[in-house]
Write a protein that binds this ligand. Structure first.
Ligand code: ZN
Ligand code: ZN
Length: 113
């Protein structure tokens, strides 16, 4: 996501934050994958997401945001959420992002076993 209040016509690296942990992944040179509308997941959050098997599909009544932040779509399988954040990622995006990061030559990122 973009830092609230940043100039949309002049987005700086430090304005681009991970939607899950809120770190400025670009500015800090952290591996990350972009989704729709400036959404972003960093390698650390993706690692957490891949290692977790907890999705919120069983608790849809109290789900605050029902759309995946990366693809902006509802997911049948529920969303993984960062414990400090309401943002969710669907399994499809998680797989896709993990594929992108693990193949990228820029980063030494491996999908957790
Ligand atoms: Zn993150
Ligand atoms: Zn998604």
């Amino acid at each position: 996501m973009h830092r609230p209040g940043c100039n949309p016509d002049d987005v700086q690296p430090q304005d681009v934050l991970c939607d899950f942990c809120g770190r400025a992944a670009w500015a800090e040179d952290i591996p990350c994958v972009e989704g729709h509308r400036g959404s972003l997941i960093c390698g650390d959050c993706l690692e957490l997401a891949c290692a977790s098997s907890v999705y919120d599909s069983d608790q849809t009544d109290n789900a605050i945001v029902s759309l995946c932040v990366l693809c902006l779509q509802e997911s049948d399988g529920g969303l993984w959420r960062h414990e400090f954040n309401e943002a969710g990622i669907c399994k499809r995006c998680m797989k896709q992002a993990a594929g992108v990061l693990s193949k990228s030559k820029d980063w030494n990122w491996n999908r957790p076993a």
